[in-house]
Design a protein around this ligand. Structure first.
Ligand SMILES: C[S@@+](CC[C@H](N)C(=O)[O-])C[C@H]1O[C@@H](n2cnc3c(N)ncnc32)[C@H](O)[C@@H]1O
Length: 291
């Protein structure tokens, strides 16, 4: 790197450097990290391409470039990720929210519109950063939303996000193993919606994923030998908590859909069970209606 760097030249250099490190979103990542260092949004970079970086800005940027070149995800470096048009705090204790998970939020909101106007009860199981629960609390401020996770460190992040978005009053958090987290809440047969994005990657597949995944908590990803362990437990236990006519809306991996369909169609307690496609046409959402 030479001594005087302007915004455009350093972005071009960094994008090239990231490409050599096999980072696909090289230019975007270079921009996100520089915008973070300068405390601006990306459009401000485009308006100031000729602006030279001050020495302390350059030093700070170099440190972030080194982290990203080791394949640390941008979201962990900047400490933030956008989901449902909201900025969520993230750290190494939580999965980085994925854009496709927004479909869970959208599906639940659409189903909610068909129900009564009085406040309903919604559970978010495996809440992680709280991205789903907080987004729902913003959209459905009159409903009672409870969110749980087995990781108390993840729950700390979720609580921070609830506060950040001003929904910490209507949303409560519980620590524990799936539905055991809510055991003191007297919910049996009283829940209108259960939403969940649980871990569903088969253990063996974890090692072959992008290097960025190694930075994320294994607890958030590992779904057991074939990825279905937690998905199946949620499907079975959801039936005890849901009201008749209540819904389970759950994200799944494509290779787990056959097992879930079998389980859903073999249980007469589900009035309906199907796998819905995501925005890319891939079967990724398990949707069950309790009979
Ligand atoms: C795939 S992440 C999803 C996080 C977040 N809801 C999202 O959509 O980005 C799964 C979460 O499930 C939690 N988890 C894993 N096993 C669990 C269990 N047995 N009971 C409750 N939570 C669990 C992990 O700590 C992690 O936060």
């Amino acid at each position: 790197m030479s001594d005087v760097w302007r915004i455009l030249t350093i972005l071009e250099w960094t994008a090239g450097y990231f490409k050599q490190a096999n980072i696909e979103s090289a230019r975007l990542d270079a921009e996100l990290l520089l915008a973070h260092v300068l405390g601006k949004d990306r459009t401000a970079l485009y308006m100031n391409f000729d602006k030279p970086l001050l020495p302390f800005e350059l030093e700070a940027y170099k440190r972030l470039i080194q982290r990203r070149a080791k394949r640390e995800p941008v979201a962990y470096i900047t400490g933030t990720k956008e989901f449902w048009s909201l900025d969520f705090k993230v750290n190494k204790n939580v999965l980085i929210p994925r854009p496709e998970t927004e479909l869970l939020v959208q599906t639940l909101i659409e189903l909610r519109k068909r129900k009564a106007a009085h406040p309903l009860t919604i559970l978010d199981v495996c809440t992680g950063s709280g991205n789903i629960a907080v987004s729902l609390a913003k959209e459905l401020p009159d409903d009672r939303i409870l969110a749980g996770d087995i990781s108390s460190c993840a729950l700390e992040v979720a609580k921070e996000n609830a506060k950040l978005h001003g929904v910490d009053k209507g949303l409560s958090f519980y620590q524990g193993d799936l539905f055991a987290a809510f055991k003191g809440s007297n919910l049996a047969g009283g829940v209108d919606f259960i939403v969940s994005n649980p871990p569903y990657i088969p253990t063996q597949e974890l090692a072959g994923l992008a290097p960025e995944i190694d930075f994320e908590p294994r607890l958030a990803l590992d779904g057991g030998v074939s990825g279905v362990d937690i998905l199946k437990r949620i499907m079975q236990d959801a039936l005890k908590l849901l009201k008749p006519g209540g819904y389970l809306v759950m994200e799944t991996g494509i290779s787990q859909t056959k097992a879930l369909n079998e389980l859903g169609s073999n249980s007469p307690k589900w009035a309906g069970f199907k796998i819905c496609n995501d925005y890319s046409g891939l079967p990724r959402i398990a949707l069950g209606k309790k009979g």
